[in-house]
Design a protein around this ligand. Sequence first.
Ligand code: ADP
Length: 484
Amino acid sequence: MKILYAGSEVLPFSSSGGLADVMGSLPAALKKRDPSSEVCVISPLYSSIDRKYREKMKKTAEFNVRLSWRNQYCGIYSYELDGVTYYFVDNEYYFKRGSLYGDFDDGERFAYFCAAIMEFMAQSGYYPDILHANDWQTALSVIYLKMRHGSEKGFRDVKAVFSIHNILFQGQYDHAIAGDVFDLEPSWAPTVDQNGCINLMKGAVVCADNVVTVSPRYAEEIKTPEYGEGLDPIIRMYSCKLTGILNGIDYTYYDPKTDDSIFRNYTFRSIDRKTDNKTALQKELGLPVSAGTPMISVISRLTDQKGLDLLTDRAEELLCDDVQLVILGCGDSRYEEYFRWLSRKYPDKVAALIKYDKLMSKRIYAASDIFLMPSRFEPCGLSQMIASRYGAVPVVRETGGLYDSIKPYRFVDGKQVGNGFTFAAPDSGDMLYVLRQALGLYRDRDSFRALAVSIMKHDFSWHTSAALYAELYDKILSERHVSQ
Ligand code: ADP
């Protein structure tokens, strides 16, 4: 089986959130499961990719890419890691930028990327069995594949899977730029139109052979107006090709036993050493060093999606307790400013790190007792899984992948069940209530320790989910053989 993943970010090369984690770990998990398969990933060659990786990349192709009236250079570089071939699309005009996203011409940048993927297939004769595109940035690769190349030799056998990692970001643009920027033909308008705009995610959902979203619960949620962000009628219409598969995390990259970015390594057997990570981080962040004070952390994009208004509502009430709060994140300025202000007002209780810092995130996971994720919606969520891997007890709102992965701590027939604390409604009072339940358990050292040990043993690796993806790909390919 030949699978080509297309994504706008991939760890360890580029990262701004959970998509990079998935792109950097699912392909390797599939390769490990079936060494005879050929698994490749294609992503932009951003100028921010570390030199240590760039130096080892090999140039494998060079050609021009047509996008409407444009004719642009494209270099293809490759890098081998864990049996997976990573291809990088080089064009400095599009990818030598200060950040991955957020430029006025993001639409054109990713249209170019998708056109380059098609050209790469045509030039190299490399036609995968499955092109697996991820989120709106690669939606056009599915649209071009099916609408433009669907009947061409080589292309016509390629099946397309489209993953929705977050339905909030759909790639919506005015029809006026359909031809000029996206190279869309007028006859495709009904395929890509949603409510009078070009909607790239909608186009990919319509064109793909299968659509995946990143948790079973989110697959149900996005069929509703509450969570569908206006695309719910389309999701309902195409629900027969929709599957929800929970993401996993990379158990090698996130491993407190071997992680060299944390202060002291530990396993569930030596969980008491986790406290050394807490005291070392307290020192580093200038918080009072106190092994017995529970540390609550938030590592997140600072946006409304993440339910941070629930925290800002109750933070000062929470800080009346003997706790420390560590925030790592960046995003909306109102949250950035609020947490900066909170850390100035409560310097002995709050540390606010307003930045994106992968190594610091791991030090915080390792140091924390409790990890808070009060999301308003959460397609899958990886942070609660990473927190569990490092023995920080998750406190989450029951939505999307948080609902699927974290079950409430309780006793059934005298036996402890559950792997965290949860609340149902997006209500700050409910959040504070369960946070205080978690803090109550923290004071019962043995019970809290037992819970932390049990969550560290919970399996959030790709083991189960990679098998579900393999099953899905097998099914798609067996249908292809039947229809031929
Ligand atoms: P999303 O993809 O919506 O941002 P996820 O929970 O799926 O949320 O994934 C977030 C990933 O990004 C996790 O690996 C988390 O540790 C990481 N992350 C979020 N914010 C930061 C930050 N400021 N610094 C470092 N890592 C971060």
